[in-house]
Design a protein around this ligand. Structure first.
Ligand SMILES: [Zn+2]
Length: 357
């Protein structure tokens, strides 16, 4: 049996991430063996390492990490005719639940009804942080060669695409001309959401804690957004109201503050997992504001293949409008042996990636 290097964790053990040798997987029917080129590390990976999250596949004591990846098709399992050896691909993360609910049946695994879904690198399926990896062929997205260097951002971008698409879809409930958006958080997700909203022609405010000279602030301005340093201008001092508000910090205090930013007929989309406990004061006012302004608050999790495909289209548009701004989000590139650095982000880091090839 052949062995390969992989980054694994042993949830719920804390600080369990390590580089080990694992058996090389073999593609089964309707599966593809991918040679991993690059893997991105994000907050979910760090939470798995903190023991807050993550479930190994049944029969395994460990979980191979990595749910943001770019790979090259290396070997086709039986009954695969939609890909060829050498194709560049990004795998989506979630796979249908064991009951195959009505949403999973329609490839909307992000909308799974039972909660018994599988997620590569997170829940009951190994991830992609390994020299070779397997995926079901139906959940691979082909990447044009010109996007090879930024395709590692596609999984994060798909989350932003879903949030924005869902917002516009829901808002078909009324006549609506969205003009101004607010994005809380300037991490990878917040910045990508900003770019997607800019492509739709909205004026976009982005709030975060970094200075106005920081890389994040400069990226916001370079795509035509307005950066707000909340240390100088707290959210509650903002006078503007917004048609679209996207909460991408996962901080419950920020989420509560964004409630006051939703304009009449506007919508707030929550994208975080809010772990801190916090009482919402004047909840009656929040509810009344929702009623009296037809306001809407909704949550959005994960994404499906459609959002990845939309992401590819938008990556091309972003490249043609803003040059190499997507490349600038990738602030650190590591070799697998240095992978631990990706679990201790530094101040100016946005996206850290690990090159497997
Ligand atoms: Zn399901």
């Amino acid at each position: 049996m052949k062995f390969l290097q992989a980054i694994i964790a042993e949830p719920p053990k804390k600080n369990s991430v390590k580089l080990v040798d694992v058996p090389k997987p073999v593609p089964r029917k309707r599966q593809i063996l991918l040679q991993t080129l690059v893997v991105g590390i994000d907050g979910t990976d760090r939470e798995i390492n903190e023991g807050m999250y993550g479930t190994p596949p049944s029969g395994s004591t460990y979980l191979i990490l990595g749910h943001e990846a770019v790979g090259r098709v290396h070997e086709l399992g039986d009954l695969v005719d939609t890909f060829s050896k050498g194709d560049l691909v990004v795998p989506t993360v979630r796979r249908p639940c064991k009951e195959n609910c009505i949403n999973c049946q329609r490839s909307e695994t992000d909308m799974c009804l039972t909660g018994n879904y599988y997620e590569h690198g997170i829940h009951k399926l190994h991830g992609f942080a390994s020299e070779y990896t397997v995926s079901d062929v139906n959940y691979l997205v082909k990447i044009p060669p010109e996007l090879k260097d930024v395709a590692v951002l596609l999984e994060s971008l798909s989350i932003a695409e879903k949030a924005v698409t869902q917002t516009f879809k829901i808002q078909e409930r009324l006549f609506w001309e969205a003009k101004r958006a607010f994005v809380a958080g300037a991490g990878t997700l917040g910045l990508l959401a900003t770019m997607v909203l800019r492509l739709r022609g909205l004026e976009v405010y982005v709030a975060a804690t970094r200075t106005k000279e920081s890389l994040k602030a400069r990226i916001v301005r370079s795509v035509g957004g307005i950066y707000v340093n909340v240390r100088e201008t707290p959210i509650k001092t903002l006078k503007e109201k917004f048609d679209v508000v996207i909460e991408a910090t996962g901080n419950v205090n920020v989420a509560l503050e964004t409630l006051n930013l939703i304009g009449t007929n506007g919508a707030l989309c929550l994208l975080g997992i809010y772990r801190e406990k916090r009482v919402c004061e004047q909840f009656d006012m929040v509810l009344n504001n929702m009623v009296l302004g037809n306001r809407l608050i909704f949550g959005s999790v994960n994404s499906n293949k459609k959002h990845f495909e939309q992401g590819i289209k938008d990556m091309n548009k972003i490249k043609s409008q803003h040059g190499n701004v997507l490349d600038r989000l990738i602030t650190k590139k590591l070799n697998p042996t240095d992978f631990k650095k990706s679990f201790k982000p530094e101040k100016e880091d946005i996206k850290t990636i690990i090159n497997f090839k």
